[in-house]
Design a protein. Structure first.
Length: 416
């Protein structure tokens, strides 16, 4: 009996001990899980700014400065395309049609004014020369008849009516000969040759201006119709630019202002010019006017009508916030400047507003970048507008910003 009770107590003690252990483990497990979860939720220390040591600043020549107010050029942005004045382009046409006998030029060939371009065969030309020769003969007869009637009239041997008739006939023949002579000259035939019986059957076609041959629409054996272009000639030596200026900038643009062009499709090549005229009416419903600018040394620039350009019209000067041009860096399609956040020395932060811009031994400099929108560039400075305002008198990096950008890129790759 006694042995039975002892076994019973041992069994109860064992069960109690097991229950206590299980309860303790259940109590500690949530705490352990909570601790692990808390550790996971702890944010990682993120590096703020780019830290540059004094030796690095010395090595790459980083310099600090301030945002400055500069008198920079005030410009109006415009776009447009190159055009040729009406007097420098021509379409070659005929007053009298015919069959093309010969073409003497090729597309793209340079020609001079008066150079023979083609020859057109026309049988009506023979009739015109014949009429001119007949008119010459009639004029000779009318001239002699008038002289005879004049002598008789002066001697009171003739009648005044016959004298007047001879005078009228002479004037009629003179007018006919002058008209036919003019027609022959218009088609390129010499009246003197026709009066001597040297008839020609080909109409010569001459270049009305000097320039480059464009599209030729005729060929040997084809029929050339009157007033229909045979080819065109363009002289790009006098090319100018038609710029579109919108209403808000209308009263800023005047004749005589300088223009800086950028050729969009020629690797942004830059050329200069000057405004010589501004239209005084809007183009259709666009609320824009056309400003005409002559291009300096256009003949040497290999410019072609129809090229698109971007332009900056210099309309004066304005006071603007500016930084040295090399202080602006481009990355990710945006533009930035770097500014000094703080200076660290012996693990203690010091103000970034020291009057001395030179790096101090043992110090570390922390920089951050600020997004800017750039404007005009003039005399080594670029106009900037801060997207987010910075503290007053904040120091900026005026030289060596590209090195800081490289350091920032390297730091970003290491963190990843």
């Amino acid at each position: 009996m006694r042995l039975f009770r002892l076994k019973k107590y041992k069994t109860a003690f064992a069960l109690t001990l097991v229950a206590t252990i299980i309860l303790a483990s259940c109590t500690q497990q949530p705490k352990t899980e909570e601790k692990e979860a808390a550790e996971k939720e702890k944010p990682k220390n993120k590096t703020v700014g780019i830290t540059i040591s004094r030796s690095q600043l010395d090595a790459v020549g980083i310099q600090l400065g301030y945002l400055e107010q500069k008198n920079l050029k005030s410009v109006v942005k415009a776009s447009g395309q190159l055009e040729v004045p009406p007097q420098n382009k021509a379409e070659v046409t005929l007053l009298m049609g015919g069959v093309v006998n010969q073409v003497f030029v090729l597309e793209g060939q340079h020609v001079n004014k008066g150079q023979k371009l083609a020859a057109i065969e026309n049988n009506q030309l023979i009739q015109l020369q014949q009429d001119y020769m007949a008119a010459q003969s009639s004029l000779m007869y009318a001239t002699k008849e008038y002289e005879r009637q004049k002598e008789l009239n002066e001697a009171n041997a003739g009648t005044g009516k016959v004298y007047q008739q001879s005078q009228s006939a002479l004037q009629t023949e003179q007018a006919k000969v002058a008209a036919l002579s003019r027609q022959l000259r218009q088609v390129g035939v010499s009246p003197e040759s026709a009066s001597h019986g040297r008839f020609i059957t080909q109409i010569p076609v001459y270049a009305p201006i000097s320039g480059t041959i464009g599209k030729i629409v005729i060929q040997t054996g084809s029929y050339a119709e009157p007033a229909r272009p045979l080819m065109n000639i363009i002289d790009n030596s006098k090319v100018h630019c038609d710029l579109v200026v919108y209403e808000k900038d209308l009263f800023k643009v005047k004749a005589g202002q300088h223009v800086y062009f950028t050729l969009t499709n020629q690797n942004n090549r830059e050329i200069t010019g000057k405004i010589y005229g501004v239209n005084q009416s809007f183009e259709n419903e666009s609320k824009a006017i056309i400003a005409h600018a002559v291009i300096e040394q256009a003949a040497k620039s290999n410019l072609i009508q129809g090229m698109y350009v971007s332009a900056l019209i210099d309309v004066g000067q304005q006071l603007a916030t500016a930084v040295p041009t090399e202080a602006v860096i481009k990355t990710g399609g945006k533009e930035y400047i770097y500014y000094l956040v703080k200076v660290m020395e012996k693990d203690k932060d010091e103000t970034a507003k020291d009057k001395d811009d030179k790096p101090k031994p043992g110090r570390k400099y922390v920089f951050e970048k600020a997004e800017v929108v750039t404007g005009v560039t003039d005399l080594g400075y670029t106009e900037v507008r801060l997207v987010t305002s910075l503290p007053k008198d904040v120091k900026i990096v005026t030289k060596g910003a590209f090195y800081i950008l490289s350091s920032e890129s390297a730091t970003g790759e290491d963190e990843e």
